[in-house]
Design a protein around this ligand. Structure first.
Ligand code: FES
Length: 149
């Protein structure tokens, strides 16, 4: 048994230490907001925060997450209020199929934590590793700009 801190709650998990964090979140803890895209660290669909930094949960073994604060898309809402990045994604109507959105939002949250007023170039540069197969990139950039205002 290992212990994980997820969205501020201690959770006991029985998966092996080498199991990817993504599988633990989705299959053991039922936190299915985090998505499986490529499974190889290439698409960003599985992005979560670990101690505030964006990581690709498909490529993080459980042992590396032990003792860290893991935040998933389910953990952004506070007291019934969505995170400003979530609000901005809704306002700008970013979503098409929506599959990349949790990973996009988690990356954007990490970006704004480090750089609260990013330029358009900085947004594009930072979000470069998150892939949207519907091509909603212009709306994603707009939503992040709105969230940073
Ligand atoms: Fe992890 Fe694609 S599923 S980066």
């Amino acid at each position: 048994m290992m212990e994980l801190q997820v969205n501020g709650i201690k959770r006991a998990v029985s998966a092996g230490a080498g199991t990817s964090l993504l599988y633990v979140l989705r299959d053991e803890l039922d936190l299915t907001g985090t998505k499986y895209g490529c499974g190889e660290g290439q698409c960003g669909a599985c992005t979560v925060l670990m101690d505030g930094k964006a990581v690709r949960s498909c490529s993080v073994p459980l042992r590396a997450a032990e003792g860290k604060q893991v935040t998933t898309i389910e953990g952004l809402e506070k007291e019934g209020k969505l995170h400003p990045v979530q609000e901005a994604f809704l306002n700008v109507d970013v979503f098409q199929c929506g599959y990349c959105a949790p990973g996009m939002i988690m990356s954007a949250v990490a970006l704004l934590k480090d750089n609260p007023k990013p330029s358009q170039e900085e947004i594009v540069d930072y979000m470069n590793g998150n892939i949207c197969r519907c091509g909603t990139y212009p709306r994603i950039v707009r939503a992040i700009q709105e969230a940073s205002n």
